[in-house]
Design a protein around this ligand. Structure first.
Ligand SMILES: Cc1ncc(C[n+]2csc(CCOP(=O)(O)OP(=O)(O)O)c2C)c(N)n1
Length: 370
C-alpha cells in the first residue's frame, strides 16, 4: 500500500472554490486569486483569430443544414474559448479525442473544413485521416472516447513519447460509466490525459441539476485521485492558462488532469432540436452577454493589442473560410458506396461482409460504380 491509500486528504487534487477567471463578462481584468500566470499576448491574439474563424465556420455549417447540404450539425457557438483553447494548449504531436460537438476544435487543428463535415454530411465515418492530424474520429456514443483516450495516453506513456492526450466530454456524458472507468484507469496508470468537461448546462433538454447532485463536475476527479480544476469556459485567457497548466502536468509525468469549463451552447443541441421548449430566452440572453469572443476582443482592444486593421483582416479571413466551405460543400462529392464498410473492423464481421455483398449486388443491378 502506498501513502495515498492511508486516508490522506485530497487537498492538492481540489479545484478552486470558484471557476478560475482572468476577465469579467465585459472583458476587463477580473479580481480573485489563483496560481495561474497569464498566457502571452501572441497566444491570446492567435486564440482570438481562431475563435472568429471558428464562429464563422460554425454559422456557415448551420446554414448548410438549412440548404440540405449537411444532414445534421451540432453547433459550437458560445463554446469557442474551450474548443480553441484546448487545441492551442497542445503541441502538434499531441492527440485530441473529440465528440460530435467539436467541429470548431477540428478546424482550429488545421483539418480542412470540408473533411471535418464529411461525417455530418453522411459521407464517411470520418472524413479526415486521424493519424495524420492526431485527432481521433468524432465520437457520438457518449463518453466512449474517454476510455479510448485513456488507453492511447497510457500507450504513449509506455512508449515514452512525451505526447499528451486531450479528450473532450460533455456534462451529460459525465454520468456515463465509461467516463468513470477512464478516470480510474488513467489515474492508476498515470496516463498523460487531460479530460476537458465542457459543462454547457444541458444534455439535449436535460438540465444540469437533473443530471448530477455533485457541487461541481470538477469534483468527479477527486474520488479517483485525479487533479482537478474548474474554469470560466467563456474566458479564453483563463481557459488557456488552466489548460496550459493541465497539459504541462500531464506531460511532466503527473498523470491525468480534469478540467471543468463552465460554458453554454447558444444554439439548440443540433439543427433538429428546438431549445425554446426547455430553456427560457432570458437565460440564453444572459449567456450572450458573456460571449467569449466579445470578451477577449474587448480585452485585447482596450490594451491596444488588437487594432482596427488586424481586426478587419481577421474578419476577412473568416469570410474567406466560409466562402471556401460553401464552394466545397456545394460540389457533389465523389463517393464509393462500399467504402462505408472500410475502416470499421480490421477483419470484417460475417454480418458486415454479408451487408457489403448485398450492397454490391444492388449497386451492380443499378449500374452504379461501387
Ligand atoms: C451512450 C449514448 N446514450 C445516449 C445518446 C444520445 N445523446 C446524444 S447527445 C446526448 C446529450 C449529451 O449531452 P452532453 O454530454 O452534455 O454533451 P453536449 O451535447 O451538450 O455537448 C444524448 C443523450 C448517445 N449519443 N450515446
Amino acid at each position: 500500500m502506498t501513502d495515498r491509500h492511508q486516508g490522506g486528504r485530497p487537498g492538492p487534487l481540489l479545484p478552486s472554490e470558484r471557476p478560475v477567471r482572468f476577465l469579467t463578462d465585459g472583458g476587463t481584468p477580473a479580481r480573485g486569486r489563483h496560481p495561474y500566470p497569464e498566457p502571452d499576448q501572441e497566444l491570446l491574439l492567435r486564440a482570438y483569430r481562431r475563435m472568429v474563424v471558428g464562429r464563422r465556420f460554425d454559422a456557415q455549417a448551420t446554414a448548410l443544414t438549412k440548404q440540405g447540404r449537411l444532414a445534421v450539425y451540432p453547433s459550437s457557438r458560445g463554446q469557442e474559448a474551450c474548443q480553441v483553447g484546448a487545441v492551442l494548449a497542445l503541441d502538434d504531436g499531441d492527440w485530441l479525442f473529440p465528440t460530435y460537438r467539436e467541429s470548431v476544435a477540428l478546424v482550429t487543428r488545421g483539418i480542412p473544413p470540408v473533411e471535418v463535415l464529411s461525417l455530418l454530411r453522411g459521407d464517411a465515418h470520418c472524413g479526415y485521416d486521424p493519424h495524420r492530424h492526431h485527432v481521433a474520429p468524432q465520437c457520438t456514443p457518449l463518453a466512449t472516447q474517454t476510455v479510448h483516450a485513456a488507453g492511447l495516453a497510457y500507450a504513449e506513456r509506455r512508449k515514452g513519447s512525451g505526447r499528451v492526450v486531450l479528450v473532450f466530454v460533455g456534462d451529460g456524458a459525465t454520468s456515463e460509466g465509461d467516463f468513470h472507468e477512464a478516470l480510474n484507469f488513467a489515474a492508476v496508470f498515470r496516463a498523460p490525459v487531460v479530460f476537458l468537461v465542457q459543462n454547457n448546462r444541458y444534455a439535449i433538454s436535460v438540465p444540469l441539476e437533473r443530471q448530477t447532485a455533485a457541487p461541481a463536475l470538477a469534483y468527479k476527479g477527486i474520488g479517483y485521485g485525479v487533479r482537478s480544476e474548474q474554469v470560466d469556459g467563456n474566458d479564453a485567457v483563463a481557459v488557456l492558462a488552466v489548460l496550459g497548466a493541465a497539459v504541462a502536468h500531464a506531460r511532466s509525468g503527473g498523470g491525468p488532469f480534469l478540467v471543468e469549463a463552465h460554458t453554454y451552447r447558444l444554439e439548440p443541441h443540433t439543427n433538429a432540436d428546438d431549445a425554446t421548449r426547455y430553456r427560457a430566452d432570458a437565460e440564453t440572453e444572459q449567456w450572450r452577454r458573456r460571449d467569449p469572443i466579445a470578451r477577449l476582443k474587448a480585452y485585447l482592444r482596450r490594451s491596444g493589442r488588437l487594432g482596427d486593421d488586424e481586426a478587419a483582416a481577421i474578419a476577412a479571413e473568416a469570410e474567406e473560410v466560409a466562402a471556401r466551405l460553401r464552394a466545397g460543400m456545394n460540389a457533389d462529392p465523389d463517393l464509393a458506396p462500399l467504402d462505408l464498410f472500410a475502416h470499421v473492423y480490421r477483419e470484417p464481421t460475417p454480418q458486415l461482409a454479408e451487408q457489403r455483398a448485398l450492397l454490391r449486388s444492388e449497386l451492380q443491378a443499378e449500374e452504379v460504380p461501387a
